[in-house]
Ligand binder design. Sequence first.
Ligand SMILES: [Zn+2]
Length: 248
Amino acid sequence: MWTSTAMKSSNPGPSVDDLIRLHQGGDLAQALLISVEAPSQPAVLQRLAHSILCEEGGSPDCRCRSCQTPLANHPDFVELAPTSARTIRRDEVEEAVAATAAGPLWSPSRVIVVRPAESLGREAESYLLKHLEEPPAYVYYLLLTEVPDAMIATIKSRCQVWRMGEHAAEDTDLARGVLQDISSQPLTMNQVVRAAYWAREQYRLTGREHWLSLWDTLSEAFRQLEANGNDELARAQILRQWPMGETR
Ligand SMILES: [Zn+2]
């Protein structure tokens, strides 16, 4: 399941094939923050974006028009990269987002890539933030970065965060980030659902039992919030169960 280079790490994290499988199963979020070393970014992007854009389900040897077209020439693909002053500007993000309003031209989806995501200027970041929350059903945001911790917490919390290869070793930080989100006041059902979704993916990818227990706890917390809105009780339960210190 894992690539041989990723096996060097004790927790290799997902491979690009895992992400493609999630997409094909309808389980890939539309806003992704992918932590991966810069030299590997083009290859990850190439495979994942092509699979999302494929007009025939994304099989590896597909010869559809979208699979045969270089990403840079694909009408449903936009890559935002720093131009002036090594920063991605707000107007550049605005333009890319505005272009998605018309819907895809060739593919089932449109893909907006931000690379490297840490180059987003502050205003660009806050503009993008609004659009990451509820993108149109056909839009995927792929934010690629080498330094996920340089991203503001609100961006991270709106994205499904994946750490690939060596970056998977930083999973503890990610768990801390999601925990921070849960610890904020007041606890909302939306936060619990997001954390539960994340815990389930961790279980799916690592097979480690504590993610499954956390998923159960989060589901229980959700039921409590739904029943009587007692967020303190729900929060206490989650914090008790949180697998900090053994996230690897
Ligand atoms: Zn195809």
